[in-house]
Ligand binder design. Structure first.
Ligand code: GLN
Length: 486
């Protein structure tokens, strides 16, 4: 049962083949068995999960059959959960118990999903390998010497190793899609504004977006149906009707125009990944799609622009962690200034401090025009490139990452780590929807394919991903050591 998709679990629950309590217990047992090795969860909520499961079973017995009722999920520890520790992977919040639920959490609760716990992540979602977490690195179940990607690495591993049926993540520059690629699962970032950010701890507010990590595009559609929608508490959430994202999954791709950016098949792309994606594109041709090469001429500026804009926003967002109101406070401060200084020096890790310094510098009076304003102009050029591209094509496809999962401890230089998101970051700068799905294997490790749509073309992106998964079985490949039922 644990290897089943959310859609399949819903069928099994409805048919009475298994109860939510039994299923929840099975996942909890697997977490007990494997989390020590994988470090995917920071907090496990066994008692409340079993209570939620029991309620779900009772509701189902009374005739309720909403698709996620009783399905066990994990939340990235960036989402505030009422009464449950919400750490954001940081010492700064290691003891913070949120007094309310994030809108995303509330929506899953209302849908009857069962929360198994909170997943590990890079500190404040800054990273691409899950090595910056205060709670230690997460291990990739395909090879525990390797990183799972980041920053939603705990969620990706929890799904890949069947420690939950589905998980939430957030993506500011690639943090849902890149770990999905490294762990051989499906990860979807909706358009900016599609999902409420309320109660989601802010990193870079103009880029952050929540989305699902799961086994298939169909599951991503089921989860997006629950997550999406206007939220009065988030002024950037969009007032646009939520479609039923499962309704168009089966649409034919005959005549679909796929754009393949030449910049995503250039220097730096490893041979194994390139070959896998080119093979995958042939599947689309078999389905009736046409492939044309497109130009995204400003793509090479995306990482640089992002690493001005994201740290600038982060430096403002993280100023609230001052030791006064909540979270970590240093021991015995001599005075107020000493408390601020030592709380922030001791509470934040290296990478977070680097971002705060870069961001503060970029926003300072003397450098604002040279860095921040310039970066915003580049952001517009990048957006315009996509607008031009979508005049010609329906979706853009390429690799999610230039390579497969790398070994823990091997990327020590920050700039090398920043280049991890070379294919995904522009999509955040432009606010577009993007999904990563398993497209094959290279050297025994999963390869992710990146499918990007125009503004609010969630349904199209999911349809294109789903059709590939109807033709291939890469999404069913499992890391053998963790793939078996216990
Ligand atoms: N790797 C990027 C960063 O470190 C993106 C992280 C994210 O999407 N949260 O900022």
């Amino acid at each position: 049962m644990i290897e089943k998709t959310v859609a399949e679990i819903a069928v099994a629950l409805n048919a009475g083949d298994i109860s939510s309590v039994e299923l929840t217990q099975t996942y909890l047992d697997r977490i007990t068995q494997f989390n020590g090795e994988l470090n995917a969860y920071i907090t496990v909520c066994a008692d409340s999960a079993l209570r939620q499961a029991k309620t779900a079973d009772e509701k189902r017995a009374k005739g309720s059959n909403s698709p996620l009722l009783g399905v066990p999920l994990a939340h990235k520890d960036i989402f505030c959960t009422n009464g449950v520790t919400t750490t954001c992977g940081s010492r700064m919040l290691h003891n913070f118990v949120a007094p309310y639920d994030a809108t995303v959490v509330e929506k899953f609760n209302d849908a009857g999903a069962v929360m198994l716990g909170k997943t590990n992540m890079d500190e404040f979602a800054m990273g691409s390998s899950n090595e910056t977490s205060f709670f230690g690195p997460v291990k990739n179940p395909w090879d525990t010497k390797r990183v799972p990607g980041g920053s939603s690495g705990g969620s990706a591993v929890a799904v890949a190793a069947d420690l939950c049926a589905m998980a939430t993540g957030t993506d500011t520059g690639g943090s849902i899609r890149q770990p999905a690629a490294f762990c051989g699962i499906t990860g979807f970032k909706p358009s900016y504004g599609r999902v409420s950010r309320w109660g989601m701890i802010a990193f870079a507010s103009s880029l952050d977006q929540a989305g699902p990590l799961c086994k298939t595009a169909e599951d991503a559609a089921l989860m997006t149906n629950v997550m999406a929608g206007l939220d009065k508490k988030d002024s950037t959430s969009i007032d646009k009707p939520v479609e039923d994202y499962t309704a168009s999954l089966s649409n034919s791709l005959n005549g679909l125009k796929i754009g393949v950016p030449k910049q995503h098949f250039a220097e730096g792309l490893t041979a194994g990944v390139e070959q896998t994606i080119r093979e995958a594109l042939k599947e689309y041709e078999n389905l009736g799609a046409t492939i044309t090469e497109i130009d995204l001429p400003n793509n090479h500026l995306s990482v640089s622009a992002y690493y001005v804009i994201a740290p600038a926003e982060a430096s403002a967002n993280l100023s609230r962690y001052d030791g006064v109101r909540y979270g970590y406070r240093c021991e015995d401060p001599a005075d107020l200034e000493d408390m601020y200084k030592r709380t922030r020096s001791e509470g934040f890790g290296e990478e977070v401090k680097r971002r705060i310094m870069v961001g503060t510098y970029a926003l300072s009076a003397g450098f604002y025009d040279a860095y921040y304003r310039k970066a915003q102009k580049i952001r517009r050029l990048i957006k315009n490139d996509f607008i031009d591209a979508f005049d010609e094509v329906d979706v853009i496809i390429g690799p999610t990452s230039p390579h497969t999962a790398f070994e823990i401890g091997t990327k020590t230089d920050p700039v090398t780590m920043y280049l991890e998101d070379i294919y995904t970051i522009a999509v955040n700068l432009a606010g577009l929807p993007g999904i990563s799905i398993p497209a094959g294997m290279a050297d025994g490790l999963p390869v992710g394919m990146h499918i990007v749509g125009s503004d609010f073309a969630e349904a199209k992106v999911l349809n294109v991903a789903h059709q590939f998964q109807q033709q291939t079985d890469w999404h069913q490949h499992k890391p053998t050591a963790f793939g078996k039922e216990n």
